[in-house]
Design a protein around this ligand. Sequence first.
Ligand code: HEC
Ligand SMILES: [Cu+2]
Length: 384
Amino acid sequence: MKGRIGLWRFLPLSAMFFLLAGCGEDKLTALDPYGPQAEWILDNMILSLYVMALVIIVVFTLFFIAVIKFRKKEGDEEIPKQVEGSKTLELTWTIIPVFLLAILAVPTIAGTYNMAEEAPEAAGSSGEEGESAEGEDGEENGEEVEEEDAAIVIDVTGHQFWWQFDYPEGFSAGNEVYIPTGEKVWFNLTASDVIHSFWVPALGGKIDTIPGVENSMWLEANEPGVYKGKCAELCGPSHALMDFKVVAMEPDEYEVWAKEMSGEQESSAEESEGGGATEESQEEDTQDSTMSDGRQAFEDQGCIGCHAVEGQGTGQGPSLSNFADREKIANVIDVSDENLEAWIRDPESFKQGNNMPAFPDMNDEDMDAIIDYLNSLSVEDELE
Ligand code: HEC
Ligand SMILES: [Cu+2]
């Protein structure tokens, strides 16, 4: 019996297998790419695996040949000839690795530059792109300019422990970033507090978001879907809960979504005579008798101070303009009224160290009104 390995010893290994098998969920894996950048990364992972496999095979073959061929034989008492240094061998095992590293270096460097490509001239910050393209440039290169202008550049800010996405049209999305499929979408990234790292494994590489520094990258999704993202840099107690989602839509659907998101802002600005969605206009809104109880409570309780509901968000809290479209509350809690209430009453119990104050004593009336109000904030609904 001695020396036989019990099968049970493989149990931890198979447990690991099942654990890892779960990694594919939520499209949260670099091994199942959904965009050109992620495909490039996977190709290069495989290339380096081939190179490593080749090295292992050659080294082990030589090793076993040496062990078997030169092992001590019966009656072999002499000490073998002692050799030291061999120019040929030294050169061989210097040149071959250099060659192998070159095979890896060429695509790596080319790809790194390709991924770090800067956004084409920032898209017009308002809706007048088309006009300016035609007005200033002749018809000849009008098309080209328009194409450039159409590039979507999203400003990303990492906060403890949520993500802010500001769109060129002037609206803001919290925690879930919407992009069109089939084109490069550009991200300018920074952070408000500590260093975070922006990573969507199924779509591309990761990049640090650093306070005071603006990094840039692009991502492209081949097909519509929801791709999970993670903060990949330890940033505080709830770092592991600092998730986000990329929601990729067909371009025409995305157009409508973006219009809805920015349209909401316009209509609210129109309602208040002042025009701009400034603080005063929000105060004016407060007097508006048609305002829903929920909206009223949302303002009375001070939620509005941190959460934009239409228009440009602040860095204080995620924009809730399309809160009802969220797949999770604060990215970690399943969506339900009970959970939403629990979150508002005590966010700390879900996400340690986060910056939303608790509202433990809010009266039920306000609470219910706010929950109804938040549940009504859907933009996807209006796409149908
Ligand atoms: C001082 C600023 C502040 C105030 C006031 C505030 N919040 Fe928040 N809220 C935050 C921050 C910061 C987060 C993000 C927490 C995180 O995920 O780390 C958040 C997250 C949320 C979320 C989850 C958002 C998402 O993307 O899923 C909801 C819902 C929410 N708050 C509702 C409210 C309501 C309702 C009120 C008023 C009763 C309120 N908040 C008041 C700062 C604030
Ligand atoms: Cu983080």
